[in-house]
Design a protein around this ligand. Sequence first.
Ligand SMILES: N[C@@H](CCC(=O)N[C@@H](CS)C(=O)NCC(=O)O)C(=O)O
Length: 192
Amino acid sequence: MTLFGTAPSPYTRRIRILLQGHDHQFEPLSFWRSEEDLYDRFGPVAKIPLLEDGGLQIFESRVIYKYLTEKFGGSKLDWDEENQVSVIDAMSDSLVNLFIIKSSGLDTTEDVKYFRIQRKRIVDSLDYLAKLAEQGAFTEWKYPAISLYTTLDWMRFRELWPIEHPSLLQFLESHQSREDVNLTDPRKEEKS
Ligand SMILES: N[C@@H](CCC(=O)N[C@@H](CS)C(=O)NCC(=O)O)C(=O)O
């Protein structure tokens, strides 16, 4: 089984954390330098992560999670957890989009509708997730908590957005000494 991605990618890192302890290879891609390669190899969507297992290719972190859950056994997400992951993914997508736009040389602080929508989604999602964290929703190290951790830590690593909610800071601190978190820390192994 081979996972393709980049070390900093929050979507890739969550799958890497799930794969700890299972026989697999991680194939780091230099994503920002090889868009054409990525397209040729991974099809029209050309996003990471991508999992190859035998002849099978699985796109989308959430679908990869379902695949690994079926393969190795693991709990299906309940509806509350599905909603938590939907919010984390929507916020992560907005951050990824702003990051790509900024690295294309555009000013994402400009007061235009598209940027306003992304920024509001990030602010509102952080508020929502912070409330859930206060209620203990991310205490267990399951897929929603892993997904939240990798996105928040990527936001810090790339200095994309300040994390100021005490419950989110406390959440990060409570999981930061885990071995799977440390083994996948992009600060230690950035390849892109
Ligand atoms: N919905 C996808 C999102 C994956 C994603 O956005 N990955 C980023 C890297 S962190 C990417 O490949 N971005 C390239 C692009 O948006 O063109 C998933 O959950 O796997």
